[in-house]
Design a protein around this ligand. Structure first.
Ligand code: ADP
Ligand code: MG
Length: 740
């Protein structure tokens, strides 16, 4: 990897926790980890090796032993990173190590004990204290999100239905790099609020942990804080810097073979290991710098940390160790991992004026609301002055900000006064109308109504203004202004103390760096400084050097042996996993080949495609979206909302809510004609036209005979729809036939 001017390496610090009670009771074997705090070195003793074997030494940016305090680690190794984030850089802190070695302790710690608060709560304090102490021309917007990666699925811990929510997708944009789509992000105005966000997420994690044993040591947790800061630049325009901070608590790095899991659990383990081994591969690829391809895409974790490893970010890795001799192998692996990560080069740069800054949107919205509000208030003021008869003209457009603010206040007061005066005036006028004896009662009522309406309008106007003001204030309160918003509890002394502590931490760091450099230089220049007076002396010196080099050679040989052993072990593990998976594959094949008809299988197989983005097989839709002609036929419009196409007649019938049996059917229900027989006496003497039907008489039977048959839906009420005409016509025919 080419080193350019702006590149800097990943900072790696190592922390060893104290022996716990169980380990202490296991015997006097003691720890296998020794630390040289001054030089930043970890010396590891192999409990199984003969004492003659040289111990392994690793050098890091800083080391923290069992007695180290949370505060020391923060001040020395994390504080500078958070300062960078506040200046607009991306920053990442991740804790890596075996389960139970103190990753969560380092990242979160015990919240209630100020001595034991971890990196995350200290970072909250740091960020909000910084904002409260910065200049008042700076505006800040702080957002927080919390997610976990479990079984290669990204889950939002702030989503209220976290348990049932589906996994989130990762997306990539040229502006912000890889991000999680639809991730909840909460605007936080104070330490209390951001702690609340953290608590909500932790509870969601805890619930998951009870569902699945050991959940938390199997999932990776990421807490993301975005700090946007706007400040007027020399060009007079407001510039926005966006710093993103990732706080990562990784899953336990122990080998799964040791935990002896099988079947379903093995697959789960394989998935966790996939993320961690992908992380290892990414670190290796970046560290040796020879392989051009970095396999970020192999897991969700590495994609999310893409910028933090070899990209635009400053990164601190905290490798955690246990001192117990039982876990020598794990400890060695962690140290190797950490040692490799030291060589990764990042290219951090300040994120200046990105297009997607939320702060900009907030500022625009606030300005818009403010303009609206001002307009309303000016209007009221103007009206007031008209009422007062003053006549209003605004002279002199060039006003300073202070004047403007004062004027605004005045306008606000005027507007309020106007409303009050106007109300009083209307009230007075109403009273006058009521007492006026010359007005007619009707006229009085009308005038009073008018005044009432005017008052209503006034109130509505006022309410709208109040709503607008509330919205404006809510929006504005989300932005934190430097030197305001947060009460600064710390007095000057405390501030000084913090500065001093910062200086001390800085000093320790540079001292250590110098010591390390001196050590390296010493080795190089030793031989140059030596001058040999005799051959004998030269031989002695050379022998000494030879011995030293020989010891080094032995060290490296042992190292090679170790690495080989490690590779063999991991290969065996992979083979075991592969065997397990092959067995399962055979099982599935057996079922498919014997119990699924081949044509069905082919049909399904033809529809499947692999989505590399989501790492999943997906069904293609049966009807391709683009070919419109072959799309499924639409149902006829007449059938919307019904089981099948239905006539107007039946629809009316349904609306009338009659016979339920024939609902939605086009059936006409004809009642039997129950009319009594027509018994008109025939007057034979006046034998008239024999063709003339008796029903043509204007006798009462005329009414009785007609329309006895009736559709089931017809009620005596008149029906105006076309269907009633049809049925009436039918009646008519029915009666005339009956009559004949
Ligand atoms: P991990 O998250 O790596 O699985 P934890 O952070 O849960 O491990 O730590 C396991 C236990 O060890 C906890 O009880 C924690 O309090 C304790 N512990 C870890 N590191 C330290 C430390 N530096 N000092 C004191 N106790 C520690
Ligand atoms: Mg943990």
């Amino acid at each position: 990897m080419s080193k350019n001017k702006s590149s800097e390496s990943v900072k790696v610090v190592v922390r060893c926790r104290p022996l716990n009670r169980k380990e202490e009771s296991n015997g006097p074997a003691g720890g296998i980890v020794q630390m040289d705090l001054r030089l930043g070195q970890v010396i590891l003793r192999n409990p199984r090796a003969p004492p003659s074997e040289p111990q392994k030494t690793f050098t890091f940016d800083a080391v923290y032993d069992a007695n180290s305090k949370q505060r020391d680690l923060y001040d020395e190794s994390v504080r500078p990173l958070i300062d960078s984030v506040l200046a607009g850089f991306n920053g990442t802190i991740f804790a890596y190590g075996q389960t139970g070695t103190g990753k969560t302790y380092t990242m979160q710690g015990a919240w209630l004990d100020p001595e034991k608060r971890g990196v995350i709560p200290n970072a909250f304090d740091h960020i909000f204290t910084h904002i409260s102490r910065s200049q008042s021309d700076k505006q800040y917007l702080v957002r927080a999100s919390y997610l976990e990666i479990y079984r290669e699925e990204v889950r939002d811990l702030l989503d209220p239905n976290h348990g049932n929510a589906r996994a989130l997708e990762l997306r990539e944009s040229p502006e912000t790099g890889v991000y999680v789509r639809d991730l909840t992000s909460c605007v936080c105005k104070s330490i209390k609020e951001i702690e609340e966000v953290m608590n909500v997420g932790n509870q969601a994690r805890a619930v998951g942990a009870t569902d699945m044993n050991e959940h938390s040591s199997r999932s990776h947790a990421l807490f993301l804080i975005t700090v946007e800061c706007s400040q007027p630049g020399p060009d007079g325009r407001k510039h926005i810097r966006v710093g993103r901070l990732n706080l990562v608590d990784l899953a336990g790095s122990e080998r799964q073979a040791k935990t002896g899991v099988q079947g379903e659990r093995l697959k789960e383990a394989a998935k966790i290991n996939l993320s961690l081994s992908a992380l290892g591969n990414v670190i290796s690829a970046l560290a040796d710098g020879r392989s051009g391809h970095v396999p970020y895409r192999d897991s969700k974790l590495t994609r999310l940390l893409q910028d933090s490893l070899g990209g635009n970010a400053k990164t601190v890795m905290v490798a955690t160790l246990g001192p117990s001799s039982q876990h020598y192998d794990e400890t060695l692996t962690t140290l190797r991992y950490a040692n490799r990560a030291k060589n990764i080069q990042n290219q951090p740069r300040v994120n200046e004026d990105p297009k997607d800054a939320l702060l900009r949107e907030f500022q625009r919205e606030i300005a818009r609301l403010r303009a609206q509000l001002n307009h309303r208030k000016w209007r009221s003021k103007q009206k007031k002055e008209q009422v007062d008869g003053e006549g209003w003209d605004r002279d002199g457009d060039e006003e300073t900000e202070g004047e403007e603010e004062e004027e605004e206040e005045e306008v606000e007061k005027d507007a309020e006064e106007y409303v009050k005066l106007e109300e009083q005036r209307l009230e007075r006028e109403k009273e006058a109308i009521r007492e006026d004896q010359f007005l007619l009662a009707e006229e009085k009522q009308r005038l009073l109504g008018e005044k009432e309406r005017m008052m209503g309008d006034l109130r509505k106007e006022q309410e709208a203004t109040e709503q607008l003001t509330a919205k404006y204030k809510a929006m504005e309160s989300k932005l934190l202004v430097g030197g305001k918003n947060i009460m600064d509890h710390t007095n000057e002394q405390q501030k000084m103390l913090e500065i001093k502590r910062h200086e001390i931490a800085e000093q320790t760091r540079s001292e250590r760096e110098m010591q390390q450099q001196m050590l390296v230089q010493d080795e190089e220049t030793l031989e140059l400084r030596e001058t040999f007076t005799s051959l004998q002396q030269e031989v002695e010196a050379k022998t000494k050097k030879l011995k030293k080099l020989y010891a080094k050679l032995q060290c490296i040989k042992a190292e090679i042996q170790d690495v080989n052993d490690e590779h063999v072990r991991s290969r065996q593990e992979l083979e075991q996993t592969q065997n397990e998976l092959t067995r399962e594959l055979k099982f599935k094949y057996l079922i498919i080949e014997n119990f699924i008809p081949p044509e069905e299988k082919n049909k399904i197989m033809n529809r499947l495609t692999f989505d590399p983005e989501e790492d999943q097989w997906k069904f293609q839709p049966l009807v391709p979206a683009e070919s419109k002609s072959s799309q499924m036929k639409k149902r006829p419009a007449s059938a919307v909302g019904y089981k099948r196409p239905i006539s107007q007649y039946a629809r009316v019938a349904i609306a009338m809510g009659a016979h339920s049996r024939y609902r939605a059917e086009n059936i006409m229900f004809l009642e039997l004609d129950m009319a009594p027989p027509n018994t008109a006496t025939l007057d034979r003497s006046t034998e008239a036209d024999p063709n003339q039907s008796p029903s043509m008489d204007n006798s009462p039977a005329k009414d009785k005979g007609i329309c006895k048959s009736r559709s089931w839906c017809q009620t005596p009420k008149s029906i105006t729809s076309s269907s009633s005409n049809v049925s009436l016509a039918a009646c008519h025919t029915a009666t005339s036939t009956a009559a004949q």
